[in-house]
Design a protein around this ligand. Structure first.
Ligand SMILES: Nc1ncnc2c1ncn2[C@@H]1O[C@H](COP(=O)(O)OP(=O)(O)OP(=O)(O)O)[C@@H](O)[C@H]1O
Length: 270
């Protein structure tokens, strides 16, 4: 899903809360001030999107988010001619709109996009900071406030889907990981209002499940899933049921694995 925070609305929206792990907010601000593009790497659901939303709101910038996929074409990013009653009209894609607005364009899971699509980012992501729009002949210069941010999950990466070095080496890179336990408890509690004791149990469960990654599970339990479970618990669902539907069933389809994971849930909440 692509989302757009329009400039007129920026001032009216509350700043999405973000609990930092280190000096990533300072790095983001310095990259923005110095017109450097940023690459965020990290597992799914660990806070990359929230971080970008937080920083965009803090800096008062419009944010245009694109969820990349393997059918994404350069025209989806840059724009295309559309046929209307009055003939053909040019319609900006989200990347072009972000450049015109001087906002942030956030490309989530950029490795999913085809390599010929990501190549359109090159002149924008280096010191030229321009977007050539081949179909209209326009060469759009990015205003100083424009910033390109991309993210990817190295866990999903395979040999075919790696990022081209020529793309990758145009970005300042920040690594994200799941929050340390104290911080994750704070995040889960802040997002859901669930009591500290049960938030701590959920974080303990996440630690136990994350230890199974690579051995029994493809993906680790994300902070997002803990928040789902905590939300259901805060609404009155029993911990075991909440963990089953929000965490365990999202991690595996294998009955034997699900049963083993539920044993871990019972050991933590029993
Ligand atoms: N540091 C944090 N501060 C506040 N909330 C956080 C933080 N980290 C994670 N969250 C919570 O976890 C949820 C998932 O995080 P987010 O959507 O940012 O993950 P992501 O890394 O962008 O995942 P994906 O790669 O799947 O897009 C957020 O909606 C938010 O509720």
């Amino acid at each position: 899903m692509n989302t757009i925070v329009e400039p007129g609305l920026v001032a009216d929206l509350p700043i999405p809360s973000y609990t930092p792990a280190g000096n990533e907010t300072q790095i983001f601000e310095l990259a923005w001030q110095n017109r450097l593009p940023l690459l965020l790497k990290g597992p799914t659901g660990c806070g990359k999107t929230r971080f970008v939303a937080h920083m965009a709101a803090r800096l008062g910038l419009p944010l245009l988010t694109v969820a990349c996929h393997d059918d994404l074409t350069a025209a989806d990013l840059v724009g295309r001619h559309l046929i209307s009653g009055e003939g053909t009209i040019w319609s900006d894609g989200p990347l072009t709109r972000a450049v015109r607005l001087g906002g942030i364009c956030y490309l989530d899971e950029v490795v999913e996009a085809r390599k010929d699509t990501t190549v359109v980012l090159h002149p924008l992501a280096d010191d030229r900071r321009v977007l050539p729009i081949d179909r209209t002949g326009e060469l759009l210069a990015a205003p100083p406030s424009f910033m390109l941010v991309v993210s990817y999950n190295p866990g999903y990466q395979n040999l075919l889907k790696g990022m081209k070095p020529s793309t990758r080496q145009r970005f300042v890179s920040l690594s994200f990981d799941f929050p340390a336990p104290e911080r994750e408890i704070e995040i889960v509690q802040g997002e859901t209002g669930l009591d500290g004791a049960r938030c701590a149990q959920l974080v303990k469960l996440a630690g136990a499940l994350r230890a199974l990654k690579d051995r029994d599970l493809e993906e680790a339990a994300s902070t997002r899933l803990l928040i789902y479970a905590a939300t259901l618990m805060q609404s009155g669902l029993a911990a075991e049921d909440a963990c089953r539907v929000a965490i365990v069933e999202s991690l595996s389809d294998e009955p034997a694995t699900i049963a083993a994971l539920m044993d871990v849930v019972r050991a933590v909440f029993g």
